[in-house]
Design a protein. Structure first.
Length: 245
């Protein structure tokens, strides 16, 4: 009889059909296996190994790496902006990207596995980089002394094109792998496509709104301009956008 960790072991092996993830097979029967384990004689144990054990171990390691990465990004932004609150605004769109990823996985009937989690983890860095592009422009206009409303409007208008081109190119590049990559790569691609699609629009809308709230209402971020320029008329660029819509 084979031994594992010095215990006599009986191993039962099974393999999912081609195109089916192991988690799709194991997850529905977990409650029955737990009930079976309760009825085992004293001294007997039931352990699930193989793909599921590797997946759980990978999840644990990836969570630690993700946490370290987020802390590193925050510290880098803290040095760049010299402000503890502004980096939090940069992370504002990340939760919406996660929601978009989960919606895409649900629509495509794809289980949430390790590759989907890996796609979401890598997606956060992409979303943050897009927010930085918008946020950096706002800070640049701030340094030039532009009024708050004009800086926010110009940031949304002038940065929408490079952000949309980058996101569009990324999504188009992921489509072939999503269609023909099989069950291994499809969860990662669907998570990134859904997350990028949702987070891009949220970035262009939410970040300027949150920035204005932190300046005008909460007064956590200082904007060196008088009240008339912050609450005055909209700039010509913003008026043109409102008239066209």
């Amino acid at each position: 009889m084979a031994r594992r960790e010095h215990f006599r072991t009986i191993s039962i092996l099974c393999y999912p059909q081609p195109g089916v993830l192991a988690s799709e097979v194991i997850d529905p029967i977990i409650p029955k296996l737990q009930e079976f384990q309760k009825n085992l004689p004293p001294g007997y144990q039931l352990r699930i190994g193989g793909e599921r054990a590797k997946q759980l171990d990978g999840f644990a390691n990836l969570k630690i790496v993700l946490l370290i990465s987020l802390i590193g990004i925050y510290l880098a932004l803290l040095v760049q902006f010299n402000n503890a609150v502004k980096p939090l605004l940069v992370f504002a769109a990340a939760p919406y990207g996660v929601i978009g990823s989960l919606i895409a996985l649900a629509i495509m009937h794809t289980p949430f596995g390790f590759m989907a989690f890996l796609g979401i983890a890598s997606l956060i860095g992409v979303i943050v980089s897009h927010v930085i592009v918008l946020f950096d422009f706002i800070e640049e206009m701030h340094a030039k002394g532009e009024p708050l409303v004009q800086a926010l409007a110009d940031a949304g208008i002038q940065r929408i094109r490079p952000v949309m081109i980058t996101v569009g190119a990324t999504i188009l590049a992921l489509f072939p792998l999503a269609l023909e990559g099989g069950p291994l790569w499809q969860p990662l691609c669907y998570a990134q496509i859904g997350g990028l699609g949702v987070a891009t629009f949220i970035t262009l809308l939410l970040v300027p709104v949150l920035y204005s709230i932190f300046v005008l209402d909460l007064k956590i971020i200082r904007w060196e301009a008088n009240e008339s320029t912050m609450h005055g008329e909209l700039p010509e660029a913003a008026k043109a956008v409102l008239q066209t819509t």
